[in-house]
Design a protein around this ligand. Sequence first.
Ligand code: PAF
Length: 277
Amino acid sequence: MKITNTRNELQDLLLEKRVGFVPTMGALHDGHLDLVRASKSRGLFTVVSIFVNPTQFNDPIDFEKYPVNRERDLAMLESVNCDMVLIPSVTEVYAEGLNEDRFKHDFGFIALDYEGAHRPGHFEGVGRIVNILFEFVKPQVAFFGEKDFQQLAVVRKMNDMLALNIEIVGVPTRREQSGLAMSSRNEWLSQKQLKKATKIYESLVWAKENFREKSNAEILASIKARFVEDEEWSLEYFDLINPLSFQSVGLEKPTDVRAVIAAKLGEVRLLDNLKIA
Ligand code: PAF
């Protein structure tokens, strides 16, 4: 596995290769490895980037305390035969400055609600870094986890808007046995909180099981009530949405519906989603 820190060396090494790209912020878990496995299983030369991107954190404390464990990350990537790892510095990535306008995109209504509303500037930062990394790596295929479902929609939209012609692949969320979606932030949960955190997936499954029998208003009210019971929880949003437009389905019962949820358990923000219909 080759490790590089610069765009120039990376591009020399990637000449003539069919590249599958997995952007990450490190603190890897099995969900990230699934993205690498998906790329490798297509016979692609697989490049993983590890870069904790300052421009996508709306909360500077969240950025400061983002878990970093490079040795562990590299060992995990070796274990799935990743071909190359790019670990650039902030100056390598943002050579033209953190706010260069060329990488500023307006994703319209798909980025306005949910994560867009609760983390102002987040998708602007994600669009910026993914665009820059795409320019660095020039992949044919790029892999993103479905756990960040709105991010996946934003990346697809950017790919279309800029006619980048990259195949964007969404990879299903990897879950713990309890149902909890794997996330780098789970590292911050205590044993007790890890047990409590299953409420998120249980709520999504309940919404799916009851989608045809109950009205959408009943479903939303029931899920909200579950999070009020315990004051360690603070529910940021739960909704039933159209997965393409990221608009709420309101009272309707269309054929393609996704439930999206974000809640804080103590200081840890958890995010998940599930196909409902
Ligand atoms: O999903 C993430 O880890 C990040 O948002 C990404 C796509 C690597 C951009 O920094």
